[in-house]
Write a protein that binds this ligand. Structure first.
Ligand code: GUN
Length: 292
């Protein structure tokens, strides 16, 4: 079993982005500027956004955080998005999800100018990704592709099973794994809450990507010997022994599953750390006008 070390890989990628940024700025290019909108005070969202802003500082980007109360109306939020759409100094921005229940995430995602949509959530970016056209690829799928690529994992002709059909992870992941590219060229099965024979399908995977958001759901009986297992889960579970009061669990029961695998990502220290690399890469592409 080989551990895919998200901490080490993400440090390498961030350093590559830092060097490319420095070179771009030295040649007179504009310093990339990422903005983030945070609505309400969800603990996990606060942590993620703080980490995105910190990463910007580390690699030489400018960043802006716009915070709004959870009571902001959908129309007011869209007005704020339009201000960022029109702000020529902002290269790209994100609206951190989830949003309060009274706000339509779909309407918000569509309000972001697709040329600044560094999260890759706008239908134009999703559609262009499906067609294999230049697009912003969303952060988590980008991170997983980079983990597979940089670990030298052969994917061509393999059966890839994705558990979870979310717009953010499962759906784009299934598209990327089947495309004619490397990594890619897999036969893909996508499973979800209505899948009846989940364990059998999961057990037939050469590459198993788990993104359903249920702590330690996947046990050894879901995994074929020698499979590659990518765990996208990040669930906070109450843990009195921790100062924070919680610990982070993946969707995979690591100690049970790891001995059966050829490669596995840990949680924490796996996919989660890689996602920011996707966001930063997209922001640099946006500043350099490489996609649009
Ligand atoms: N919430 C969970 N993942 C993400 C992400 O990649 N982008 C945004 N904006 N919100 C998220």
């Amino acid at each position: 079993m080989q551990l895919i070390d998200g901490k080490a890989l993400s440090a390498i990628i961030k350093n590559e982005i830092r060097l490319e940024t420095a070179e771009w700025v030295a040649k007179g290019g504009k310093k990339p500027h990422l903005a983030a909108i945070l609505v309400g005070g969800d603990g996990a969202s606060e942590t993620y956004v703080a980490s995105k802003i910190k990463s910007c500082e580390e690699i030489g980007f400018q960043s802006t955080l716009r915070r709004f109360d959870a009571s902001i109306s959908e129309d007011e939020l869209i007005d704020q998005i339009n201000l960022l759409n029109e702000d020529e100094d902002i290269d790209g921005f994100i609206v951190q999800l989830p949003l309060p229940a009274h706000i339509s995430e779909n309407r918000v995602m569509e309000a972001v100018d697709y040329r600044k949509d560094v999260d890759g959530f706008h239908p134009v970016n999703v559609g262009r990704m499906c067609k294999g056209l230049p697009a912003y690829i969303s952060a988590t799928p980008f991170g997983i592709i980079e983990m597979l690529r940089r670990s030298g994992i052969e994917t061509s002709g393999k059966h890839c099973v994705v558990i979870g059909r979310s717009q953010i992870v499962g759906l784009p992941m299934s598209i990327l794994m089947q495309r004619n590219d490397n990594p890619g060229n897999c036969t893909v099965t996508i499973c979800h809450s209505r899948t009846t024979n989940l364990k059998e399908i999961s057990r037939s995977a050469d590459i198993l990507i788990v993104a359903l958001g249920r702590a330690e759901f996947v046990t050894a009986d879901y995994v074929k010997d020698g499979a590659v297992v990518i765990d996208v889960g990040i669930t906070r579970v109450a843990d009195a022994s921790k100062k924070s009061g919680f610990s982070i669990k993946g969707d995979v029961n690591f100690s049970d599953v790891a001995p059966k695998t050829s490669f596995i990502t840990p949680v924490p220290g796996g996919v989660g750390l890689m996602t920011i690399c996707g966001l930063l890469t997209n922001t640099l592409r946006a500043a350099k006008k490489e996609v649009y």
